[in-house]
Design a protein around this ligand. Structure first.
Ligand code: PLP
Length: 385
């Protein structure tokens, strides 16, 4: 009998199991399924980034153990990118840390700052790793509901005082997965005040900072006054440069927080493959028209999908950022997803999979061509619900 540790046994159940099963059944029947379920870019990594890695691979110096904190040249490229994109100055020496994808940093940071039983504040609905990373550190995640009436920002005043006192970490993510909500610098400044009052470390996940539309520019948490005293920001090359499989990202901000994360990393992993870091340098320092082109494509897809959703008489605001459309539906989200799948062969993710406050919503990912999205819209038009 193999026994798992309590921390594994206490992980939440996998909430997409039912929809995965239904999807497999429908595909088996031969239905041409349109998958708008996955948040993984369908387009390839831009060629100049791939070429940079190919070139790097021929250099035997790159074949060795990397340093856990990342190559100085990658951290400098990240700091330069930060100055250009966000107007934030960072010391590449100790205010930037290379990550093996931002998920790695998010999962590891609770190990550096949470003792067993400590509280972390996590958004709900949210990217599951904030919650799960906290559980793996034997900490107690407290859910901050993201509600439509608050524009999917957490209501800091609604966090009970005893929880605020016990909390050590707060996770935030804007532009947001799954709601596609955005935050202002003013909101981030409220968060900084709250963090100072309650001695909380803020971890802001900015995986979608560059995926924006209609002239919107997403701020960095580090743009907020005093942010560097209380927090760090996680950045990912995955969504911005279609590099999900490469596993490269970075954390930036408060040097003591980064040092804590670095202590975990130096004992757990041995850093990101240097050839991948060199590809990352090409991405961050190279021409950015690939990002603009992809945003144009996502915007076209977004607008096509909105037509279909309005056919279903669903009320949706066009998202200003991310490649997700978060839609309020009538009744349980899983029933709606099941109906879309069974009657139209369309996969969309029920919001409940992102936490209990995701109930009543469905997330569509714009990770199919505009032709396929138009086909999905046609199918929705024929649905009578
Ligand atoms: C995709 C995603 C990530 C993961 O990024 P990696 O750098 O590939 O690990 C992190 N946060 C959010 C909110 C995401 O949607």
């Amino acid at each position: 009998m193999i026994m798992y540790a309590d921390r594994i046994n206490s992980l939440p159940p996998y909430l997409f199991a039912a929809i995965d099963k239904a999807k497999a059944r429908i595909i088996e029947k031969g239905v041409d399924v349109i998958n708008l379920g996955i948040g993984d870019p369908d387009m390839p990594t831009p060629p100049h980034i791939v070429e940079a890695m190919k070139k790097s691979l021929d250099n035997p110096d790159r074949h060795k153990y990397p340093s856990y904190e990342g190559m100085p040249s990658f951290r400098k490229a990240a700091a330069d990118w930060f100055r250009r994109s966000m107007n934030v100055d960072l010391d590449p020496q100790n205010e930037v840390l290379t990550l093996i994808g931002s998920k790695e940093g998010i999962a590891h940071i609770p190990l550096a700052f949470l003792n067993p039983g400590d509280v972390s504040l996590v958004p709900d609905p949210g990217y599951p790793v904030y919650n799960i990373g906290s559980i793996l550190a034997s900490a107690r995640p407290f859910k901050m509901p993201l509600l439509a009436q608050n524009e999917f920002l957490p209501d800091l005043d609604a966090i009970p005082e005893d929880i605020a006192r016990k909390a050590k970490i707060m996770f935030l993510n804007y532009p947001n997965n799954p709601t596609s909500a955005t935050a202002t610098i003013e909101f981030f400044e409220e968060v900084v005040d709250y963090a100072n009052e309650n001695e909380i470390i803020v971890i802001h996940d900015n995986a979608y900072s560059e995926m924006t539309y209609d002239g919107y520019k997403a701020p960095s948490f580090l743009n907020a006054r005093g942010a560097k005293d209380v927090g760090i920001e996680m950045h990912s090359l995955s969504k911005t440069y279609n590099m999900t499989g490469w596993r490269i990202g970075f954390a930036a901000g408060n040097r003591d927080i980064l040092e804590g994360l670095g202590k975990v990393k130096t004992n757990v992993d041995s850093g990101a493959f240097e050839a991948i870091q060199e590809a990352g340098i090409a991405a961050l320092s190279g021409p950015q028209d690939c990002v603009r082109n992809m945003n144009k494509i996502y915007k076209e897809r977004r607008d096509a999908l909105l037509i279909g959703l309005r056919e279903l008489e669903l009320e949706v605001k066009p998202p200003k950022a991310t490649f997700y459309v978060w839609v309020h539906v009538n009744g349980p989200a899983s029933d709606f997803s099941k109906m879309l799948l069974e009657k139209a062969g369309i996969v969309a993710t029920p919001g409940i999979g992102f936490g209990e406050y995701g109930e009543g919503y469905v997330r569509f990912a714009l990770t199919q061509s505009v032709e396929r999205i138009n086909e999905a819209v046609e199918r929705m038009r024929k649905l009578d619900i």
